[in-house]
Design a protein around this ligand. Sequence first.
Ligand code: 3AM
Length: 439
Amino acid sequence: MSQPKVKRRVGKYEVGRTIGEGTFAKVRYARNSETGEAVALKILDKEKVLKHKMAEQIRREISTMKLITHPNVVRLYEVLASKTKIYIVLEFVTGGELFDKIVNHGRMKEEEARRYFQQLINAVDYCHSRGVYHRDLKPENLLLDAHGNLKVSDFGLSAFSQQVRDDGLLHTACGTPNYAAPEVLNDQGYDGATADLWSCGVILFVLLAGYLPFDDSNLMTLYKKISAAEFNCPPWLSSGAKKLISRILDPNPMTRITIPEILEDVWFKKGYKPAVFEEKEDANLDDVEAVFKDSEEHHVTEKKEVQPASMNAFELISMSKALDLGNLFEEEAGFKRETRFAAKCPANELVNKIEEAAKPLGFDVQKKNYKMRLENLKVGRKGNLKVATEIFQVAPSLHMVEVRKAKGDTLEFHKFYKNLSTSLTDVVWKTDESSGESK
Ligand code: 3AM
């Protein structure tokens, strides 16, 4: 059971699990070993970035992002490069994605939607004023922090997923077009500011309606609907919300409402409190320069350290709060991607039990040294759900099982986990407190 575990380090960061795979990069959890702070590490292929026709624009926007400390924008701390990779060190955001709330609880009340929309517009306005455009605002880029505040991710980074054609203008690579403005789809080049605003309008619509304004399984029909701004507001929307949405979802970018006009809108203004924060005057940009100049002397060291995987008493105690199957669903846990529980049965029996629970749910099961990779063969909302499990020995017949989402939709993971916990109830070790018994 105590097979060695390989720990990766990139400079001062200890690299942990993969959080997800976005359109242009892999995102991993990491820890700053000097401060203990958690960060998200966006990992990109260096050659692709430096050879990108927009490398200069990407460099400029990353430099600007280092100065931005807006509370509703994911912080960009620094950039590092190794021989083959670029690492973008970002603030780690713990509350999951805004749209998981809609998938879970349905549409929002106007007050709640307005609060998120105000935070979104405030963040977008601030970045635009500094010359950074998003160009790919969509649900995956709207995260929530531990206090339920919106954090927009990938500002200034989405150029990676864009293409510049011979005309020198931006063109969107394929992806979900539901949030893209008509002029973006028309493929004739576009202005980042008005295009971002359109996406904000689609986002507001989804928050209030619980479904997309433009949707069709046929791509051509979808394009036509977007180009003509053909949508119907649900009857429960207030007239103020309807009016604002139709001013934003104006197919003509020249007559579309602007941010200064939104800030004056009656529906928008209700209870609006712009974020208060301290602006950063100066940031050291040596790291950005070094990365884009591809200066070899500044390459970060990448190390692999081999560590034993067995759990010692100290680690067990520090994790004991989590030794309960219920913890994934605790209110405070938000949208968790991983959990642990203790089980009182031999390890090989545990592996069999997990396999028996996963197979009927349509999962392919791969096993290696008490580590398992489960993959749902059916495609879910964000591709095939992949789950990784690992078993650690605590005592001969007491094990700790770690279950985490490796890829896919967090809510689908929760559903899987609920099923798994039902199948394992007879072996899960519960403390008196967690099993609800009183002495
Ligand atoms: O794969 P899912 O959708 O669960 O939420 C982002 C997405 O998760 C997450 O990484 C995945 C690929 O983009 N993510 C991106 N930036 C993040 C950050 N700064 C982040 N999670 C936490 N903090």
